[in-house]
Write a protein that binds this ligand. Structure first.
Ligand code: CAA
Length: 402
């Protein structure tokens, strides 16, 4: 099915970003939210993204207006009778998403695809509330949506092959890289990203290094921004929700850092409200150091910092996901480069493991396990690979052939 018209529900940062991506590819889109104020804010966000391109001389003011003419704001069902795909980007609440799709079924055409931009809720559960689970799918964009090339395509248990194919083609028409991912908590990228981000937060609360020191070490390794800066961009409140969902699914290795919850409770939700791990506004909402001291007073031991401590959990989770068949080794690496800016010269976490040596990754994880705890327990596949001589580039075979 060719997609001629789309709708995005939820005009926040992600919804507005997705609407901009759709209009940029030349398709009309409805951007809907509950209040006119929210819709106007979303439309202003889309305009701001285009204005940035005009300011850089990448498009003219007339082209900006042509693109803006493709997006229409709505607070009701007007215009939904001929949409081919609806992408919801509302808050992370299963029941709210179920009710939304139920209501949309009554106003959208029979063949309309219902895509969810959820970061972590199960697609099958969202679909279970609808009459057409074959038309429900995960279509997960990454922040900032206009820049990050990846779209995770996540079929639920009942999603039809036709819907998967349509969403893959649609994503390509948006000039994105669609990667099909098996449904699991956090899907692929958040599942790999969160242990990395979380370890940075644990290192901070244990006094291993300062926030700036931690971020600088990962930027030196080639990451486009430090993990604590990224936490602030994603949102501390959103991250706590994702972390809890991962903990429910994967147990103690995914226990959220205490400092995350403290920041959330202190109202430091990140860049969007002026404070998170860093301060972005003049008006201060408490201070990070006193929250760290509070966590330390309740019992943490001082630990040592290393960049390996932060990056190894991501590699380990990549191997566990590979073992589980969440995605192929190639797709895992492409997804991390396109979705998080994992350095191209390292080729993704699994190519990176091959570069430094699968045996080195295993021994690093074993050492971290002894000093910092069982959350670093190595994926069984790593041991099998080392025993079998799959050491990476140096032995000519690892996760990939050389
Ligand atoms: N909206 C639109 N465009 C933006 C933007 C935004 N918020 N931020 C940056 N850009 C654009 C800039 O205009 C610039 O465009 P041009 O190349 O056309 O000039 C381009 O992106 C590069 O921006 P900058 O030069 O200002 O900055 P940078 O090179 O440092 O890149 C970044 C910024 C793309 C955000 C980069 O730091 C990065 O890739 N960070 C990692 C982001 C990441 O990991 N995202 C995934 C988060 S997890 C998630 O989203 C999933 C979830 O469910 C929670």
């Amino acid at each position: 099915m060719y997609i001629y018209k789309a709708a995005v529900i939820g005009a926040g940062t992600m919804g507005a970003g997705i609407a901009q991506v759709i209009t940029y590819s030349g398709l009309p889109v409805i951007l809907r939210d509950v209040t006119q104020e929210a819709v106007d804010r979303g439309l202003a966000t889309v305009r701001k993204i285009y204005q940035g391109r005009v300011d850089k001389g990448k498009m003219t003011a007339a082209e900006l207006e042509q693109k803006m003419a493709l997006v229409s704001g709505a607070t009701d069902d007007t215009g939904f009778s001929d949409v081919d795909i609806v992408i919801e980007a509302i808050y992370e609440d299963l029941e709210a998403k179920q009710k939304l799709f139920q209501a949309l079924e009554a106003v959208c055409p029979e063949g309309c695809i219902f895509a969810s931009n959820t970061s972590s809720l199960p697609i099958s559960a969202i679909a279970s509330a609808t009459k057409k689970p074959d038309k429900v799918i995960g279509m997960h964009f990454f922040n900032p949506a206009p820049v990050m090339k990846l779209v995770e395509v996540i079929p639920g248990l009942g999603t039809s092959q036709e819907t998967i194919d349509d969403v893959v083609l649609f994503s390509e028409s948006l000039r994105k890289i669609p990667i099909r991912v098996q449904e699991c908590a956090g899907f692929l990228v958040n599942r790999l990203l969160m242990p990395y981000l979380n370890e940075a937060a644990i290192a901070l609360q244990e006094g291993a290094a300062s926030a700036k020191g931690i971020d600088a070490a990962l930027v030196t390794l080639g990451m486009p921004m430090g993990p604590l800066t990224l936490f602030d961009m994603v949102g501390i409140d959103v991250s706590v929700k994702v972390a809890d969902i991962l903990h429910d699914a994967y147990g103690t290795r995914a226990t959220a850092a205490r400092i995350l919850r403290e920041l959330d409770q202190a109202g430091r939700h990140g860049l969007k409200n002026g404070a998170g791990f860093y301060d972005y506004a003049d008006e201060k909402k408490g201070d990070l150091d006193s929250l760290i001291q509070k966590v330390q007073a309740e019992g943490t031991t001082k630990t040592k910092f290393s960049a390996n401590r932060i990056i190894m959990p991501m590699i380990n989770e990549a191997v566990i996901s590979l073992q589980e068949g969440v995605a192929s080794a190639e797709d895992i690496d492409i997804a991390m480069m396109a979705g998080t800016g994992f350095p191209q010269d390292k080729g993704g976490p699994l190519h990176y493991a091959d570069q430094i040596g699968v045996d080195v990754v295993l021994s690093e994880l074993e050492a971290l396990c002894k000093t910092l705890g069982d959350r670093f327990w190595p994926a069984p596949m790593l041991k099998r690979m080392v025993q079998g001589g799959y050491l990476g580039q140096k032995s000519g075979k690892g996760f990939f052939q050389y």
